[in-house]
Write a protein that binds this ligand. Structure first.
Ligand code: ZN
Length: 134
């Protein structure tokens, strides 16, 4: 069992990749995390339950990470990060969604922890079209 950890994520890296790496280097395959900080740009997704696809939107301007939270489990035999984020721009309006690749770190602080117990594995869910915990 690993101790909870706090780490600064590197400027310019993809936020999802950076979170995943911190769990991978600790070999933590079941956990949870929060991130606060700021990004240079962001890509968020909305899952369309009718068409069963993520509709992504790019936000090309700097944003505060007001809240980013998520979990870590196993998908296709590998450590998989699922994260959602609420972001705010210079107008202080919030936007949010499923965190997608393409979100670039300006400065971010990750607080992560391991969750004990049996492995948590994702598999395809017919009812939603999503890859959920089985
Ligand atoms: Zn999601």
């Amino acid at each position: 069992m690993h101790e909870p950890f706090l780490v600064r994520l590197p400027m310019g890296e993809d936020l999802l990749e950076a979170i995943q790496r911190e769990f991978e280097i600790r070999s933590i395959s079941k956990g949870s995390f929060t991130v606060i900080g700021a990004v240079d740009r962001a890509v968020l997704g909305f899952y369309d339950p009718v068409d069963r696809i993520y509709r992504n939107r790019e936000f090309p301007d700097p944003l505060e990470i007001c809240a980013c939270m998520g979990n870590v489990s196993i998908k296709d035999g590998a450590i998989f990060v699922h994260a959602h984020a609420v972001l705010a721009g210079a107008d202080f309006q919030c936007l949010g969604g499923h965190l997608m690749p393409g979100t670039v770190i300006f400065a971010s602080e990750l607080s992560g922890s391991e969750v004990p117990g049996d492995a948590l594995v994702r598999g395809f869910d017919e009812k939603t079209g999503l890859t959920l915990w089985v």
